[in-house]
Every structure is written in structure tokens, then in C-alpha cells.
Design a protein around this ligand. Structure first.
Ligand SMILES: [Zn+2]
Length: 328
């Protein structure tokens, strides 16, 4: 869509989306249909002030690359890891971002760029991205799970991100799926992400191998154990390694239980699975779907479609821009 901007130049109207991660900052200009006009990435510098400067530099670069007039940018969205407050625009602290304590990031970026800015956590925005321009297809209420270091999640209800009274809704990675189960750094035991995140599953396999369980992935030597990844686990499981196949099935089983529980609370049209574990493809999706069918209730046919995320690592950036569009 080409619109006359207020400076008289022709160009697309876009929102800026920014996804701040522990190792990189990804930014993009996205039009109101969800199309990425330009995107760029830079390493995350140390400290929030330097990060705001990096965002400003990326913004300039994107305007040039996308041939977008400054006046054609109507808003910005920014996502970071939490804990944080979307309503206050403050990131409280983050394990992956050193030196970020009680940072009013929304206002810092807004002042630096001269744009209205919306702010939210990266899991929520990745989910909104999939809803707005990805696997959700704006087709009704949707939950997205990102199976990476933890289990990131976002819940989209009536086209809006669900935040909850304490702004910590959708912490699905900390649903307790096993009573007195594996301990989680959050202080609980038996959290979903200890079993079904890429990192949680990898740790489970490493612990089992270190304890002497037979697997082609290790003879118990430390070096081999360190080389075990969610990708090598998926490959071994597919090729019949008993330990990997069992713990992979377990991960699918716990995910399915979480999906059934979420179905009863939220009743979504779609549950989208993304992140490192989902990269394994059918072995994850088929496993979760099969376990879901076994665990589901029989009182109604109110089952979500379970499908794979499609936006990959761009989901957070696209969702940040989409949330800025939704805010208008
Ligand atoms: Zn936990």
C-alpha cells in the first residue's frame, strides 16, 4: 500500500518492531498487512543506554534500506525478556540482559525515536506475531508456545494479548505438570519447561547419560555429554535410541497435558508450537497431537488445531510491530 506521507513523499506506512534478546537486537519495518519492508540485526551491547542507541542506529538503517520516509513510521513496538510491566513500560530485571534493572525502556525508546512506543514481553509479542501474520492467521483465539531455553508463551484473546492482573499471564512454562517433579529455578517443582523446553529436555538426557543410562549419545564421558543438544536428541529418537525416544515422548506427553489444560482454561482455536524443539518437525507435532487425543475429554469437540509456528526468529519483531499497529 502506498500512501502519501505528510512530507509529500510516497512510501509505505509502517511500524517499527524491535526484539531485544540476550545476544542480539532484531528490528524491522512492517506494514499494516504484516509484510516486512526492511529488517536488520545487531549484537546486544551492554546496558540499556547503549541498547537504546543501537535501536536508534538500526532504525536509521531501516529507513534507508526500506526507502521509507521518517514521517511514514507511525509507531513502534519493543519486546524484551521479563519480568517487566507492559502498562508501566518498565523492565524490572532480566537474567539475559546484564545491568538492566528497573529500566523505563518504553519511554527511553519513545523519547530517542520521537515515536509512540508499546512495550511487552518477547513471548507475548512472538505469539502476537504468529496471530497477526503467521500460523494463527488472525483466525480466532490463539496460544503460542516457544520451546527454547524455557517455554515462552503468549495468549491472544479477542485480538488482544492477555496480561492478567499482575501482568504475568501466560507463564505456561511454569505450569506444574509433575507433582514433586524436577526442580525449576523459579522455585517450583515439576514445571513444564523442565521437561519440554529444548534446554529442559537436553538437561534431562544429559543427566540420564551422566547417571549411566545407555544411549548412543554418550558413554558417560563429560565431553560427550556436553555435546548433547535437542537436535541430536531428536535425531537419536528418530533412529530408535531408546533413552532419547522415551524422553522425547515424555516431552510430547507433558506438552499435550499442558495443551489440554490450556484448552479448558482458554478454549483457543489454535495452539502454535515454535522454538528449538519444534524445529524437529513432525516428531514433535505428531507426538503432541497423538498424546493430546489420548488425554482429551469426551464431553465436547472443542479442540484447538495444534500447528507449527511459521515466523521463526522473526516472530518477536513482527509481533512488536503488529502490536504497535493494534495500538493505533
Ligand atoms: Zn518453574
Amino acid at each position: 500500500m502506498n500512501l502519501m506521507s505528510s512530507t509529500g513523499q510516497f512510501g509505505p506506512e509502517v511500524c517499527l518492531g524491535v526484539d531485544v534478546g540476550g545476544s542480539s537486537i532484531k528490528a524491522g519495518l512492517v506494514d499494516r498487512d504484516g509484510k516486512v519492508v526492511a529488517s536488520a540485526v545487531a549484537p546486544t551491547p551492554i546496558g540499556p543506554d547503549a541498547a537504546v542507541e543501537t535501536i536508534a542506529q538500526l532504525f536509521d538503517e531501516l529507513l534507508r534500506e526500506g526507502r521509507v520516509a521518517r514521517s511514514g513510521v507511525v509507531g513502534a513496538g519493543i519486546g524484551t525478556p521479563g519480568p517487566l510491566s507492559p502498562s508501566k513500560g518498565v523492565i524490572y530485571r532480566c537474567a539475559n540482559l546484564e545491568g538492566w534493572i528497573d529500566v523505563p525502556i518504553r519511554d527511553l525508546v519513545s523519547r530517542r525515536l520521537g515515536l509512540p512506543v508499546v512495550f511487552d514481553n518477547d513471548g507475548n509479542l512472538a505469539a502476537f506475531g504468529e496471530y497477526w501474520a503467521g500460523a494463527g492467521g488472525r483466525g480466532g483465539d490463539m496460544i503460542a508456545l516457544t520451546l527454547g531455553t524455557g517455554v515462552g508463551c503468549g495468549i491472544i484473546l479477542d485480538g488482544r494479548i492477555l496480561h492478567g492482573h499482575f501482568e504475568n499471564a501466560a507463564e505456561v512454562g511454569h505450569l506444574i505438570v509433575e507433582r514433586d517433579g524436577r526442580s525449576c529455578p523459579c522455585g517450583q517443582r515439576g514445571c513444564l519447561e523442565q521437561y519440554a523446553s529444548a534446554a529442559g529436555l537436553t538437561k534431562r538426557v544429559r543427566d540420564a547419560v551422566a547417571a549411566g543410562a545407555a544411549s548412543r549419545l554418550g558413554d558417560g564421558s563429560g565431553r560427550q555429554i556436553d555435546e548433547i543438544t535437542s537436535r541430536s536428541i531428536a535425531e537419536a529418537a528418530r533412529e530408535g535410541d531408546a533413552l532419547c525416544a522415551r524422553l522425547w515422548r515424555d516431552a510430547c506427553e507433558y506438552l499435550a497435558i499442558a495443551c489440554v489444560n490450556l484448552q479448558h482454561v482458554v478454549n483457543p482455536a489454535t495452539i502454535v508450537l515454535g522454538g528449538g524443539l519444534a524445529e524437529a518437525g513432525d516428531i514433535l507435532l505428531d507426538g503432541v497431537r497423538e498424546a493430546f487425543l489420548r488425554h482429551r475429554w469426551r464431553l465436547a469437540d472443542d479442540f484447538p488445531v495444534i500447528r507449527r509456528a511459521v515466523l521463526g526468529y522473526d516472530a518477536g519483531m513482527i509481533g512488536a510491530a503488529g502490536w504497535a499497529w493494534a495500538d493505533r
